[in-house]
Design a protein around this ligand. Structure first.
Ligand SMILES: [Zn+2]
Length: 176
């Protein structure tokens, strides 16, 4: 049987600064620094890491024809319960590229390209500041704040991983 999921159907990596947000409540789900592939055939984005807004359900066995026998956890939005996709912990051989990745359903998320509306705003900056422009600045600031919070959480998680026993840098005495 031919491999239906050839690597060639993976799209190229999205523009840097792409953030995926829940299409229902707009919390950040992940971003393209953790992007592992995008599959046209089954309409998912594959991410290695997601934000704390993604909740994993209990382990289930798929009975769907395309991935029968796979073991996965259903992913949902922590904030609004929108179903976001699946996390596979075992798959048939032809779906191995999905393994141990967050398979986020394209229909459950929106792509927000960081900084795009800023660029548009700059292009029109000769024009007087309108109410709509103010709204778009405000919207942009909200998104950037969310992104910043997400990055800070990731940073502190990384710091924890680097120093798992807690006897790391804070114990080191600084000598002048
Ligand atoms: Zn949501």
């Amino acid at each position: 049987m031919a491999d239906l999921y050839a690597v060639t159907s993976l799209q190229s990596r999205p523009a840097s600064g792409t953030v995926y947000i829940c299409c229902n409540c707009r919390v950040p789900v992940g971003d393209n620094s953790d992007w592992s592939g995008k599959h046209n055939d089954d309409n998912v984005v594959l991410l290695r890491v997601v934000t704390q807004f993604v909740k994993r359900g209990k382990l289930m066995t798929s009975r769907d024809p395309h991935d029968a026998g796979s073991r996965y956890r259903l992913l949902s939005c922590n904030n609004c319960s929108n179903v976001l996709g699946r996390f596979y912990s075992s798959t048939p051989a032809h779906l191995e590229y999905k393994l141990n990745l967050f398979n986020i359903d394209n229909n459950a998320i929106q792509e927000y390209i960081f900084g795009l509306s800023y660029q548009q705003a700059i292009e029109t900056s000769e024009a007087p500041i309108t109410l709509e422009l103010c709204d778009s600045y405000e919207e942009e600031l909200k998104k950037q704040k969310l992104l910043l919070e997400m990055l800070l959480k990731r940073l502190s998680k990384l710091e924890d991983e680097i120093s798992p026993t807690g006897q790391g840098s804070s114990e080191n005495k600084m000598t002048a």
